[in-house]
Design a protein around this ligand. Structure first.
Ligand SMILES: NC(=O)c1ccc[n+]([C@@H]2O[C@H](COP(=O)([O-])OP(=O)(O)OC[C@H]3O[C@@H](n4cnc5c(N)ncnc54)[C@H](OP(=O)(O)O)[C@@H]3O)[C@@H](O)[C@H]2O)c1
Length: 316
């Protein structure tokens, strides 16, 4: 039997958790083995993980008992929620709380909670610079994750709070790539004015989480922010122009305009960009590129990510 320590990975069939599973697999002589947790062990993605030799077990964050079972015998647990599946901050907090309690019940020695700031610590509900959403949130998908930090503390699980950054992969999968303008140029919408936004290749989130597990006790109880680079919209547009061979121009639409775009979650994302913009110094300071590189020496820059991924960016 293997003497490797098990890292149970929620979201193993997804972007963040998948990156962690691949990082564990890539380090063949490393101390850890991955256990993938999924709601559906017979999905194509789950089967692909099993085919790579990964242990795949059933677990659903809406059902604490199933997660506690899936965490049984694990040294570590990577916990992530999928806000954009349901758009409910309350459900996200309930899922995170279930994972925290399950980690405690299973005796997990090191959990990583993939979190974000509760923006209301910076901009209280009474501050009308941005609208309050659903009566109690400013940036629902940030605020809920920040609230859920306390669930891990309350459960008494040794936890690292991992502050993630804007995925550059949003340009491929989240409809945030350049759009053709009437004058033949390509508009890259990023409501950040001239401020820099910490960004990351999503694969590097999992690799960074792996670095945190490998570091042992060093990051337990700490909040660690990660980013590949901090770039302005103009800098990203310039790099997109070079990589894509197109005239890509930054469109710094105001967050108030972005909120009216009408797609599901546009108000949440408009507030997010305004928060990232108005508190850019705090937001960047919490995500040191230098610390991130120490955790993950292969951390990609935007141009390195573009070199690998530019063909996947839809141009329409
Ligand atoms: N896009 C960005 O720029 C960005 C930046 C920072 C943070 N985030 C946050 O990242 C999170 C999403 O992470 P991701 O991109 O890695 O997700 P993803 O690629 O969309 O995958 C979602 C994963 O979550 C799992 N999952 C969903 N509901 C579950 C449940 N009830 N129980 C157990 N597993 C469940 C899914 O597994 P199965 O389907 O196999 O069960 C899947 O593996 C969101 O909360 C978002 O706010 C996004």
């Amino acid at each position: 039997m293997s003497d490797k320590k098990i890292i149970a990975v929620v979201g193993a069939t997804g972007a963040q958790g998948g990156g962690l599973v691949r990082a564990i697999l890539a380090d063949k002589t490393g101390p850890f083995t991955a256990r993938a947790i999924t709601r559906n062990t017979s999905s194509d993605k789950a089967k692909a993980l099993a085919a790579m030799g990964v242990e795949v077990v059933a677990g659903d964050a809406d059902d604490e008992g199933s997660i506690a079972k899936a965490f049984q015998g694990a040294y570590g647990a990577f916990c992530v929620t999928a806000f954009w599946e349901h758009f409910s901050p309350e459900r996200e907090i309930a899922q995170a709380t279930a994972m925290a309690k399950a980690a405690k019940a299973a005796g997990v020695q090191h959990a990583i909670w993939s979190t974000l700031e509760d923006s209301r610590r910076f901009i209280p509900l009474s501050d009308d610079r941005m609208p309050t959403l659903h009566g109690k949130w400013k940036v629902p998908h940030f605020d809920a994750k920040g609230v859920a930090d306390q669930a891990f503390r309350d459960a008494g699980v040794p936890t690292t709070f991992l502050l993630t950054s804007f995925y550059w992969d949003n340009l491929i999968y989240f409809g945030m790539g350049p759009r053709k303008s009437e004058d033949g140029s390509w508009g890259f919408v990023l409501p950040m004015g001239d401020r820099k936004l910490p960004g990351i290749a999503v694969e590097d989130i999992g690799r960074s989480a792996y670095g945190i597990f490998k570091a042992g006790k060093e990051f337990i109880g700490k909040t660690v922010g990660i980013a590949g680079e901090h770039l302005s919209g103009a800098e990203m547009a310039a790099q997109l122009s070079t990589a894509l061979g197109k005239d890509v121009r930054h469109q710094a639409v105001p967050p108030a305009v972005y909120r009216t775009f009408g797609f599901p979650g546009a108000d949440d994302l408009g507030n997010m960009f305004q928060f990232n913009h108005d508190f850019a110094d705090d937001f960047q300071r919490a995500r040191s590129v230098e610390v991130s590189r120490r955790l993950n020496p292969s951390m990609q820059t935007f141009s390195e990510w573009l070199a690998q991924n530019k063909q996947k960016i839809p141009l329409e």
